[in-house]
Write a protein that binds this ligand. Structure first.
Ligand code: AMP
Length: 112
């Protein structure tokens, strides 16, 4: 499958990995929008959250990893944001489920 994030999972495309386990990989965003900007993705390909909705254990694990990364990055105490974009109106550019972990600065109050 011609998927950028599947290629990051396989190592075909290099990334700065900050955490990995048998179900997921977390790496630094190539175009960070905040001092800390990490992407948490499942190893298994799902196009988006919608496609992964029947896998609550995996989704819970991914969110747990997001929280663990925030702690490890030292952004948990001041607060941070976890975001996943879905489809066209969600402005999703890479069609492999990913959670953005953003922190290290005050986020804007807008949802978009
Ligand atoms: P989204 O717009 O929610 O689909 O987010 C996709 C994210 O992937 C963006 O924040 C990009 O900067 C990021 N991205 C794209 N290519 C790479 C890459 N090769 N390594 C790390 N992050 C990437």
């Amino acid at each position: 499958m011609d998927c950028l994030f599947c290629k990051i999972v396989s190592g075909e495309i290099p990334s700065t990995i900050v955490y990995q386990d048998e179900d997921c990989v977390a790496f630094r965003d190539i175009n960070p929008q905040a001092p800390t900007h990490v992407l948490v993705i499942p190893r298994q390909h799902f196009a988006s959250l919608s496609e992964a909705a029947q896998n609550p254990a995996l989704l819970g694990h991914l969110l747990s990893v997001c929280a663990g990364i925030a702690k490890a990055e030292g952004i948990a105490e001041d607060g941070y944001r976890v975001v996943t974009n879905i489809g066209t109106n969600g402005a999703q550019s890479v069609k492999h489920l990913h959670f953005h972990v953003l922190g290290g600065r005050k986020m804007t109050e807008e949802m978009a």
